[in-house]
Every structure is written in C-alpha cells, then in structure tokens.
Write a protein that binds this ligand. Sequence first.
Ligand SMILES: [Zn+2]
Ligand SMILES: [Zn+2]
Length: 371
Amino acid sequence: MSRTVLAAVMPAPHVPVVLREFAEPELPPGAALLRTARSEVCGTDVHLWHGRLSGVPYPIIPGHVTTGTLDAVRGPLADVTGRPLREGDRVAFFDVHRTCGRCLACTAHRTPTRCPSRRVYGITDSAADGLFGGWAQKVYLEPGVTVAKLPDAVTFDAYIGGGCGLLTSVHIIERSRISLGDTVIVQGAGAVGLSAAALAKRAGAGRVIVIGAPADRLALAKQMGADEVIDLAATSPAERLERVLQSTGGIGGDVVIEAAGSALAFEEGVRMARNGGAYVIAGHYTNVGDSTINVHEHINRKHLDIRGCWGSEVGHFLRALIALEEYADEVPWHLIGAKTYGLSEINEALADAAALKIPKALVDPWRETYR
Ligand SMILES: [Zn+2]
Ligand SMILES: [Zn+2]
C-alpha cells in the first residue's frame, strides 16, 4: 500500500500555490527519502513566483534548501567522506543534484555552477518527476545527491536560517579573498548579507560595515558580527559614501560585497571600494537592469577588481556546515528565519517574503494536521 505525501506545488508564475498529494516513491539502490523538518521561502522562490527565472519546468515543488531526518534509505548510502548514512539520521543535502562533468564549464573553465545541465532541487525539476522540492513532507534524494549529517550542535532552524544565503556567503568569502584586518563593506541586510557579514568577520576582517534596512535587520547584523551598520532608509547615497570614507580614514573598503540585488547598489559600491580593492557581486540573481558608472573613475583608474559570484558547489555546502557547527554559540543563524509557516500558509509566506517583511520565511510541512 503506497503512502501519500503532501506537497505545495507552484503551478505557474503569478498564481496561488496549491496543495497536492503525491505517492511515496519507490527507492532505487542508492536513493533515500527525507522526512522534511524545515525548508525555506527565499528570494529565489519569490523570483520563481514572479516568473523571473528562465527555463523553469512548472509545475514545480519549490524549496531548494531543506533539512530533515532520513525516513527510508535504500543503501548502502554514505556521506561525502564515506561514513554510512542510516534511517533516523539528521541530515542536510546539497541542492545541486546534477552537473554533467563533461562540458566546458564543468571541465576547462572549472565553473560547474554555470553547467548548462545543472539540476537544482526546488527549481529545475518538474513536480511531474516527483518530490524534488522541500515544500513537501518528504523529499526524494536520488542516487548521487550529496548528503551530510547535521552536526549535533546545529539545529534544523539554524541550518535553514542560514540556508541558501549561507552557502552563497561561503562562496562570496572565497571570492572575496579577505586578508587579515581588512575592512569589508556589505551592501544588503537580507539572508545573504547577514551571513556574509558573519563569515567576513570570522574570515579575518578587522571591521565589517553592513548597509541595509530596516532597523531590526541591522540589529541582527550586529548580532551576526557587524561592527557598524548604516541605515539605508535614513541616508542618501552621498551620506552613505561619506560614512564609509569616515570609517576607513578616507580610503574606502578593502572588500565590498554586493548582496542587495539593486542596480543602484552597484553604482554606490564601486565608489566605496578603495584603490586596488575588490568588489564581489552576489545579489544580482535576476536581471534588475543597468547600472551607470564612470569606468575611468571607478574601475580603471581605481585598479578595482570586480568579481561575480554565481551559485554554490559541494565544497561551499560542506564548509557552511563547518561554520554552523564552529560558530553555533556566537552567530544566531536561527534568527534569520523569523517566522515558520505550514504548507497551507505558503501563499502568505511568499507574500511576506516578496514584501521583504522578514529576512526569511521557514517552512514546516508537518506543522498542521490536514485530515
Ligand atoms: Zn557540465
Ligand atoms: Zn534560496
């Protein structure tokens, strides 16, 4: 007798998410079934809902970063270090479940996040293919998915509070090449900016300045490790630049991290970096239009190093777990997930996330009793 699994399905952009029942899948060798404890509603889900990502095979079950307990394992199944995984283990999995390993991006260019065959849970798999998203009571972990045990010190809420923004931030820090004592400016106090600030501090930054809004997120940024915050809503671009220059002895930041997703943020950010500094762009996950800068003044003469940062790899996932464990007592990742919603409240969660009411909405698919 096959059991059923309840999931929230996004049928198409701009229409309400609906609840559907799926049959529990048969597991081929090497596969597992995850009982979802927490998933998330992140900016990507809002973009999916607004139809701003191309090539999405709607209907989909969103929720690309998810954690829970192994419900069924058709083993042997092991984590990336070869340790066996068993039913009942608390785990997380890396959401990119396929890259081809053969294309230019995967091989010669070593940029697997740009592999054209890349498949990501909650984004690139149709609901017709099964339980490939975290807005479901159970998630199908196909053979080959990178699964890792959640360290004992890491709660489900801390893992998902960090979530995709934390994985992105590990990649940002790698791209930033922060040196001991650097001043790092973070533009944006959303899930990515908050984690980037926390990690920049732990990566050796002497001073971390976060620019964002509203006030409660800036307060959280300080709890995460920011030394100084600048309220986006209460300052003009000129005032923000002046504040940054004041804090850096008139020099500018060694590293500026864009985690705001705004064309105007780029125009400000290049001005805030010091001569010979670096600017890492991570917030432009969708096309938000053109930025206007003077290339002579802000890039060439400044000798500025501008680096993009797209997606994440298994190494970022594993290092995110290390960071969560290592800094469990000092970085309140769980506070980023401000509110938890059940599956029947997903439309409300999406609306709250779209309105930027909260840094991140968490999803607990077992929160309500449905029948
Ligand atoms: Zn490839
Ligand atoms: Zn996400």
